[in-house]
Design a binder for this molecule. Structure first.
Ligand SMILES: NC(=O)c1ccc[n+]([C@@H]2O[C@H](COP(=O)([O-])OP(=O)(O)OC[C@H]3O[C@@H](n4cnc5c(N)ncnc54)[C@H](O)[C@@H]3O)[C@@H](O)[C@H]2O)c1
Length: 388
């Protein structure tokens, strides 16, 4: 298949592009490299030394014999170029990762809130409009987040995959409806993902666009079977207070014996998935598209849930590094439960990598190997949800 990877230079996009190219698909990455520029602005770098996109692609060609095409443009701002390229290239599938994805960054300032909304909403909407205009039937596979459901208000019933069965309360006939699960974002970033969902629902209903929305948990791990083939293909690993995801931060902190930074009580339960399962899920989603005028198909792309404090205890037990309880900069429940359905990917054959399988490898092969690159001044989270 001809597959576009929007945001294919990023943490999830790069290993996905390699995986799909390895499987024989004709892959094109579109990325304006804004993520690399944000690192420069924040004064941080990926823990792993990542090559430029041009070098990465050259190395992939050498190692695999396969070519990945690359286009650099801003999907939020260069609509005409997007439309013209779509009409010329006619991709079968478009995997959409190209959004500002850090909740702390989105809450940093008025400027980062506005950037996150303008960028994320415009990329998604431009893509939808361009598909309608071009009259193409490309399948969109979008990376959403578990955070659209909100944390701490779902009760003891498992969160279903996207839709909730309700009976309208004021209705004498007690009409049954299947509605999008009520959105409850916890940051401006998460808010943009809930807005993406509404745009998908509209364009699927109005124009018959075929859309799969993957509500992904927090991704951990770094390497995949393809990124490991050469040091120059290594995936990025963010550990800083804005872009570092919680478990990868613990792994890096353990590697340099820095007390593990737990916010509040650590009683927040979150959903997780290994990066190798992310790429496999995307393949499964591509192979199981909706048909025209179906409502968007939603998968919960998660494999395990943990309380943050339990993760910290696990890493602490494995490495002997202590835990440091810090004030929570976020506006969130002190504790929450999280029960999530993930039957769809499991029934399609996903065989997940669990934390117990992969943690030590990550610490030894990535966090310790590159620990000389850590800037300790960038570890603490500084973005506040509310001004003091
Ligand atoms: N990393 C996670 O733990 C996680 C969890 C749940 C969901 N997701 C979702 O998966 C997607 C990818 O996440 P990631 O961790 O790979 O993020 P990332 O920041 O590493 O990658 C996103 C890529 O998109 C590009 N991009 C952003 N805006 C663009 C634009 N306007 N035009 C062209 N390119 C643009 C960036 O340069 C970057 O390379 C995001 O949508 C994110 O919300 C990620």
């Amino acid at each position: 298949m001809k597959i576009w990877i929007l945001g294919g230079d990023g943490f999830c996009g790069w290993p996905t592009a390699l995986y799909l190219s390895d499987k024989g698909h004709d892959v094109t990455i579109i990325d304006n490299l804004i993520r690399r520029q944000t690192d420069v602005l924040l004064g941080v770098e990926s823990l792993t030394p990542i090559k430029t996109i041009t070098e990465r692609l050259k190395i992939w060609k050498k190692v695999s014999g396969k070519k990945i095409n690359y286009l650099n443009f801003n999907l939020a701002e260069e609509y005409q170029l997007l439309l013209d390229t779509l009409i010329k290239e006619k991709p079968d599938v478009i995997v959409h990762f190209a959004e500002q994805r850090s909740a702390p960054y989105s809450m940093k300032s008025a400027s980062t809130k506005r950037y996150t909304v303008n960028n994320n909403i415009s990329v998604t909407h431009n893509l939808l409009v361009a598909l309608v205009e071009s009259k193409l039937d490309s399948h969109i596979v979008h990376l959403g987040t578990m955070g659209v459901y909100g944390y701490g208000w779902s009760g003891k019933t498992a969160i279903p995959e996207g839709y909730l069965k309700v009976v309208l309360d004021n209705d004498q006939e007690k009409t049954k409806r299947d509605i999008l699960y009520p959105a409850n974002p916890g940051s401006v970033y998460h808010m943009t993902k809930t807005m993406d969902q509404l745009m998908f629902a509209f364009y699927a209903k109005n124009d018959g666009l075929r859309i799969t929305d993957l509500h992904q948990g927090i991704v951990w791990g770094t390497q995949t079977q393809q990124t490991i083939l050469d040091d120059g293909l290594v995936n990025r690993f963010d550990y800083d207070g804005d872009y570092g995801t919680v478990l990868n931060r613990f792994l890096m902190q353990a590697a340099i014996e820095y007390p593990l930074t737990v916010h509040g009580t650590g009683g927040q339960t979150r959903a997780f998935i290994n990066i190798q399962d992310t790429v496999r899920c995307i393949e499964l989603a591509i192979l199981n598209p909706p048909t025209k005028y179906d409502r968007p198909v939603v998968f919960n792309q998660v494999t395990e849930t943990f309380k943050v404090i339990d993760l910290a205890k696990l890493v602490s037990k494995l490495t002997g590094v202590k835990i440091n309880l810090l004030e929570n900069p976020r506006n969130e429940a002190r504790e929450n439960e999280l029960i999530v359905e993930n039957k769809k990917f499991m029934s399609l054959g996903l065989n997940p990598i669990t934390l117990n399988d992969g943690l030590m490898t990550e610490i030894e092969k990535i966090a310790k190997k590159y620990s000389y690159r850590v800037d300790k001044n960038k570890i603490l989270a500084t973005s506040l949800w509310k001004s003091k």
